[in-house]
Design a protein around this ligand. Structure first.
Ligand SMILES: NC(=O)c1ccc[n+]([C@@H]2O[C@H](COP(=O)([O-])OP(=O)(O)OC[C@H]3O[C@@H](n4cnc5c(N)ncnc54)[C@H](O)[C@@H]3O)[C@@H](O)[C@H]2O)c1
Length: 377
């Protein structure tokens, strides 16, 4: 019998953006086997997509309730062990809650939920369940992000003094310009996306990156958001000042109306002895700056990198690895945790990161609506 972890998937069907990333990631280290799930609320689409994956029809369910009911009837040795929740945001909470309460491990897409209160409920449920919960802040899986984290936290750039993280996309711009298209996008619908579009969707990645890399928590924020049009209910752009402490400050800039931008996540972190620049669209290059030496460029797979970075590189240096590998590295970390193997704290983002993300989103919206005031998080 296969020793692979039995994986179920909710959402992520053939029509989705993120499904393929999770399927490839789950296969990358030969640790998981996709067994079943609910890929689409439409049965025809659901079953036909499951067939293209070669899944057994009796493990493809008409909806989430049937998934839980039928899986629980199976002996533990056959039951799905971990479930990836890849649906639009509003379904993360009800699905994750029931999964946790019924003993499944969960890999949940971000943002964790649509409200902070839901996030806290999940956090309490997880404490009782003692199962593994990961949230896929995908970019933490890149080898050079992990290397940057290790070097920052071991003091290579000294004491952090400035954090500047930008996440610019432009894809919503043409959708906003055409009112009929706006209704087709769940991210712009508060019922489905939550209280925020841009900050919830991508600002939260930038926020997570700030805390993941520095190992410090943001203590307060001031947000200036932009919905761009009166009849658009949710933000599509935002600039957020962040403070870690009195002398450690920074900015998060996120936009989905940065016309023509693709997936421009860019990290700039400066300390008393040096700085780092890293760009998601060119992820195998980490730039190390100092006052008095030439610019250094670090790349994956070389022995000068630390263990966590090297663990996430599968090919010799010079073979570019990208977003699939980054997500694959997170799945690898979760597999180790599920199998009770030694696992570094930087290997996968946890429930704590998900709750922090929801605090950030809600406080940004509150700060903006209250006249751009500083709020503690
Ligand atoms: N980590 C990342 O970098 C990243 C990137 C993109 C999206 N996401 C997150 O992934 C999630 C999905 O985003 P997306 O862009 O793939 O959305 P999408 O709209 O492209 O796909 C959603 C999928 O969920 C399915 N679905 C909808 N309702 C369902 C239900 N009741 N049961 C089962 N399946 C259902 C749809 O059929 C579709 O296959 C969101 O929470 C989003 O924030 C994360």
């Amino acid at each position: 019998m296969s020793s692979k972890i039995r994986l179920g998937i909710l959402g992520g069907g053939g029509d989705s953006l993120i499904g393929v990333l999770h399927r490839v990631a789950s296969s990358m280290y030969d640790k998981y086997q996709i067994v079943g799930g609910v890929f689409n609320p439409n049965w025809e689409n659901n079953i036909s997509f499951a067939k293209t994956l070669g899944l057994s029809e009796n493990r493809v369910y008409i909806d989430f309730d049937a998934f839980i009911e039928e899986e629980l009837k199976l002996p533990v040795s056959e039951r799905i062990e971990v479930v990836s929740v890849l649906t639009p945001n509003f379904l993360h909470f009800p699905m994750a809650k029931k999964l946790i309460e019924n003993g499944f491990h969960v890999i949940c897409e971000k943002p964790l939920t649509t409200t902070l209160s839901e996030a806290k409920t999940l956090e309490s449920a997880l404490k009782k369940a003692n199962t593994i919960f990961a949230i896929t802040y995908t970019y933490t899986g890149y080898p050079m992000v992990r290397q940057m984290r290790e070097m920052i936290q071991s003091g290579v750039i000294g004491d952090i003094q400035k954090v500047d993280i930008q996440y610019y996309q432009g894809w919503i711009n043409p959708i906003l310009l055409d009112k009929s298209l706006r209704k087709t996008i769940w991210r712009l619908d508060p019922e489905k996306g939550g209280v925020s579009c841009c900050i919830g969707d991508i600002g939260t990645h930038a926020f997570n990156m700030a805390e993941y890399l520095t190992g410090q928590e943001v203590t307060s924020i001031l947000a200036d958001l932009n919905t761009r049009y009166d009849d658009n209910p949710l933000d599509v752009d935002g600039t957020i000042l962040i403070r870690f402490s009195k002398y450690v400050k920074g900015v998060i800039r996120a936009s989905q109306i940065a016309t023509g931008e693709e997936n421009g996540l860019e990290v700039k972190i400066y300390g008393s002895k040096g700085g780092f620049n890293w760009k998601q669209e060119n992820p195998n290059y980490l730039y190390h700056l100092t006052d008095n030496k030439p610019l250094q460029v670090l790349k994956p797979g070389h022995a000068y990198n630390g263990a966590l970075s090297l663990n996430g590189t599968k090919l010799p240096p010079g073979h570019p690895e990208g977003i699939f590998d980054s997500m694959g590295n997170i799945y690898y970390g979760v597999a180790k945790a599920i199998r009770n193997e030694a696992c570094d704290s930087g290997e996968y983002p946890t429930m704590h990161d998900g709750v922090r993300g929801m605090k950030f989103i809600e406080k940004c919206v509150e700060s903006h609506k209250s006249g751009n005031i500083w709020l503690d998080i």
